[in-house]
Ligand binder design. Structure first.
Ligand code: GLA
Length: 733
């Protein structure tokens, strides 16, 4: 019997269940849901057989509360703390029932209901399985069952997981603007480790809400027991790992409760965002592949539709938008084989034309001085060039210098009795709209609705968000609910995005927030991709994309060829290297093509045409990270393998340059050992082909040896530089 069928047998619907087995083909979570007792977690890891599950009580493993609550638990960290109407701050939860159902896609939904032994307060702990990706999502739904009297939630984690101490390493992602998603790995020490965000609007510039736990010592890519966890939320979050004297690392993840006490009126339910968990014996790579599959199949908008190759105008012209310039850029990208042109910031504002970043957000009317034929003129031009058209907006924001703010100062987030704080605001004037306010939700909806109704040709929207919440108050929420302003902002945002997606299911929407400030699975059901970083420097991108790839698939990672010297690092990087890095994600361009030489344009044309050939494998394939840039061995390498293992794309980038440096030879991974693969170099610039060009090697050979990478490129003397990179296509014969 397959383990995941066991669940129904052990716990028929709404019974006094004891053992609940929540399983996917490769993983098992075992709970003890004895009625009258707190819900307990017995096991999470590799899939167990029925015999193993039966034997679990005899393994000596302790049972820990699966959703610990505050009040009667000693000094432990907890998932939920509340204050009842009479001031009591304790919870004493006991299971009252288990119910299960099969979803249409083969998933199991399990709800374990716990009730407080005295107060009419209920917590439903939810588990949803994703059998095709070995992921289990968990979250909690807390209900105030009082007839009269509010309950205040002061802590409301989505989920908890105990991880036995040993030699456990944590992989986490830190960063800042233009340097997002840096990987950091270390053995978990004793004490509290907290990873959090309190930006309010953008939650991934700094730390990410995804982590991996490697249970067998230092993290490995394709071996070792590894747990991956991603909190899928758009707002402030908090991940806590308490390593105490109990032999366990206690992992909690949820909305950040700081300054967010939440009042539940009688009958109201608070639903936490999901925490997605996976377990793999194939190391970090296995965890990444599970998350990528789950994301593409279940969470990312249009997760299995190949993305268009685009040119974005930002780094090419910044705010200097005009009709002629846009037409020229469209012509250029079309002539290089691109499929879409995206006009970035600077196209709007009538009373206050948007010529720089200090005005006009909210005034989404085209500036006809810049664009006399308006958006329609641009849509027509795109059609003429045989490509699609996309447009930038930042609908959750305004500026003090804007018609919107003049008309509706009550729409912005602002604390009562306080002057507006504009310290650190973009352009010195940018403000965040109060998404808790239904009128603001309507307004934000109407920004998209008006554009897409008037110009149904618009194929792509870049949705930006370039401010933290810095004025902590809602002019809409009542006095007693000011501490809801963070949470209600995101409820309002998600409601608006739901509305947009219900009416416009097909449009492609990029999620951007001053670069990679919104790379979180909480956003991606509504978005097709995210902008990884405002930093497009190819060398630094290798590090950022490496980190990002731990939880997000290439199809979601917008990765553009930009100018050299780069606008952020001022580094001079050859086009070949810039292209080879951009080609490892969703390829695009972010450059002024007018300033490119004909030779460079031809090189891009070739790269775009070759990318199209392998796009499905990159965007839908399984990722194998081979050599990490963070290992500082002089190069980095990864590959994507098509699900049927008939094709793979291999990348190799030198990350530093010394004469006669000795670099490791990198074994490939993920191939079929018995298939023969023909090697073709993509983006080739060398005068001579590589020795293995057009030759076939077995997957077994490639996975145990790999191929030699020359230290530099065989090009004319005047074209030599200090970079080297290779992209190889492998095709099964
Ligand atoms: C943010 C984005 C950029 C660009 C600018 C426009 O910084 O990350 O890509 O769109 O805004 O103002």
């Amino acid at each position: 019997m397959k383990p995941h069928f066991l669940l129904a047998m052990l716990a028929p619907a709404a019974l006094m269940a004891e053992t609940v087995h929540i399983s996917t083909p490769g993983t098992s979570m075992v709970l003890d849901a004895t009625v009258g007792q707190p819900l307990q977690i017995v096991y999470y890891g590799e899939a167990l057989s029925p015999a193993d599950i039966e034997a679990l009580p005899n393994t000596g493993a302790p049972k820990l509360n699966a959703y610990p609550t505050f009040g009667l638990t000693g000094g432990n960290e907890t998932a939920m703390t509340v204050k009842h109407p009479d001031g009591n701050i304790t919870l004493d939860m006991a299971v009252t029932g288990v119910s299960q159902s099969k979803e249409a896609d083969g998933a199991d939904m399990t709800t374990i209901t716990m009730k407080d032994r005295y107060y009419p307060f209920t917590i439903d702990v939810k588990y949803r399985t994703y059998p095709d990706a070995d992921i289990i999502e968990t979250w909690a739904e807390a209900t105030n069952g009082q007839k009269k009297g509010d309950v205040t939630l002061t802590e409301f984690a989505s989920g908890y997981l105990p991880i036995h101490q040993g030699n456990v390493y944590l992989s986490q992602f830190y960063g800042t603007w233009a340097n997002e998603a840096r990987l950091e790995e270390a053995r978990l020490p004793h004490g509290m480790k907290v990873i959090k965000n309190k930006d309010g609007a953008r939650n991934t510039h700094t730390a990410h809400s995804e982590v991996m736990f490697s249970l067998d010592g230092a993290p490995q890519e394709n071996a070792g027991r590894t747990i991956g966890a991603a909190l899928c939320y758009t707002g402030n979050y908090e991940l806590r790992i308490d390593t105490d004297d109990s032999n366990y690392h206690h992992f909690f993840a949820g909305i950040n409760p700081d300054a967010s006490a939440y009042i539940l009126a009688p009958g109201e339910t608070f639903v936490t965002p999901p925490l997605a968990l996976t377990y793999s014996q194939e190391g970090k790579g296995g965890v990444s592949r599970n998350f990528h599959r789950w994301g593409r199949n279940h969470r990312l908008a249009h997760g299995n539709t190949p993305r268009k190759i685009l040119l974005n105008s930002w780094e090419g012209v910044y705010f200097d938008i005009n009709e002629e310039g846009m037409d020229q850029m469209m012509n250029d990208i079309a002539s290089m084989g691109g499929e879409l042109f995206v006009m970035d910031d600077g196209w709007f504002g009538v009373k206050y034309p948007r010529t720089t970043d200090n005005c006009a957000l909210g005034d989404w009317t085209v500036d006809t001085n810049k664009l006399p034929h308006g958006i329609q003129g641009l849509c027509d031009a795109a059609k003429k060039h045989g490509i699609k058209f996309g447009i930038w907006i930042e609908p959750e924001m305004t500026n003090t210098t804007s018609e919107l703010y003049e008309k509706h100062p009550e729409y912005v987030l602002k604390a009562n009795n306080r002057d507006l704080n504009l310290n650190g605001a973009r352009g010195g004037t940018q403000l965040v709209l109060d998404m808790a306010n239904p009128k603001v939700q309507d307004l934000v909806f109407s920004v998209v609705d008006t554009l897409l109704t008037n110009y149904p040709e618009i194929d792509y929207i870049k949705w930006d968000s370039n401010s933290a919440i810095i004025n902590h108050g809602s002019q809409y929420l009542p006095a007693e609910k000011q501490s809801h302003h963070y949470i209600e902002y995101h409820k309002g945002l998600l409601k608006t995005l739901e509305r947009i997606r219900a009416k416009y299911p097909d449009v492609t929407i990029q999620d951007c927030a001053s670069g990679g400030g919104r790379a979180n699975w909480g956003y991606l059901p509504y978005f097709d991709e995210f902008w990884v970083s405002d930093n497009t420097d190819a060398l630094q991108r290798i590090y950022m994309q490496w980190g990002t790839s731990h939880f997000f698939p290439a199809i979601a990672m917008a990765s553009h060829i930009s100018n050299s010297p780069g606008h952020q690092t001022f580094r001079t990087v050859p086009l070949k290297y810039r292209t080879d890095v951009a080609m490892s994600g969703r390829l695009g361009m972010e450059i002024q093509p007018k300033n490119m030489s004909e030779e460079d344009k031809a090189q891009c044309r070739k790269a775009i045409s070759e990318y199209k050939e392998v796009r499905n494998t990159i965007q839908m394939g399984d990722l194998y990270r081979l050599l990490s840039p963070y290992d500082k061995l002089g190069c980095a390498s990864l590959m994507y393998v098509a699900p049927d293992k008939d094709e793979a794309v291999y990348y190799w980038w030198k990350t530093e340059s010394f004469v006669n440096q000795q670099l490791p030879k990198i074994a490939m991974a993920g191939l079929d050992p018995d298939k023969m693969y023909v090697v073709t170099e993509l983006n080739r610039i060398d005068n001579e082909p590589l020795p293995y060009e057009g030759k076939a090697f077995s997957g077994r050979y490639l996975m145990s040896n790999g191929l030699e990478m020359p230290l530099d490129h065989n090009v004319d003397y005047n074209k030599r530089n200090d970079y080297a990179s290779r992209v190889l296509r492998l095709q099964a014969k």
